[in-house]
Write a protein that binds this ligand. Structure first.
Ligand SMILES: Nc1ncnc2c1ncn2[C@@H]1O[C@H](COP(=O)(O)OP(=O)(O)O)[C@@H](O)[C@H]1O
Ligand SMILES: [Mg+2]
Length: 167
């Protein structure tokens, strides 16, 4: 069986040509609609303050708004923090993020979580884990939490103490 990263890479090679020059939500919606029509798929689009997410049944593709990574960061910071959380032994509480470059553009692959917006961290992770997470990650609202394999995971941890916006 192929894993989600293999499937996501295959998808990225198909969709990247559609996304050339598309940096706003509206542009991405139009291009993804065309892709869905051409490929008989139903890829959904979600977005937050800093990123656009293409949602499929088992993986999510994230990319920053704009083409200047320094202006609208997010995904790079998340990738860096994921490595740090793994080193510290807390990787299991974060949806893994894997960066890749396709057609000269950077994308990040994440497993799809369910229950986004309906999941709480408090009391659903061990107390020491809860403490570590709230000490290191900002913006821990329900829209940034989900479930993977029956466990609560953080799906948006771009704002973290490695890249303190207040510092
Ligand atoms: N792993 C995921 N599984 C399911 N939905 C996701 C996942 N990652 C992001 N999303 C959806 O995409 C939205 C935007 O992604 P997010 O990483 O929160 O971007 P931002 O940093 O701009 O807030 C989320 O609020 C959520 O609805
Ligand atoms: Mg978010």
């Amino acid at each position: 069986m192929t894993d989600y990263i293999t499937r996501a890479n295959r998808f990225l090679h198909e969709i990247a040509p559609y996304l050339i020059g598309a940096y706003t939500v509206n542009e991405v919606i139009n291009r993804v609609s065309q892709y869905n029509e051409d490929h008989h798929r139903a890829v959904q689009i979600a977005h937050g303050a800093t990123r656009i997410a293409l949602i499929t049944s088992d993986y999510v593709i994230k990319f920053n708004y704009g083409d200047d990574v320094n202006e609208y960061g997010g995904c790079e910071e998340e990738e860096e923090f994921y490595a740090y959380a793994c080193e510290e032994g807390f990787g299991a509480y974060f949806a893994a993020t894997t960066g890749t470059t396709v057609s000269g553009r950077k994308f990040w692959i994440m497993p799809r979580a369910s229950g986004v917006g309906r999941v709480w961290l408090y009391r659903n992770v061990p107390a020491v884990v809860y403490e570590w997470i709230i000490d290191h990650v900002y913006d821990l609202h329900n829209g940034n939490l989900g479930m993977i394999d029956g466990h609560v995971v953080i799906i948006d941890y771009a704002l973290n103490t490695l890249n303190d916006p207040q510092a």
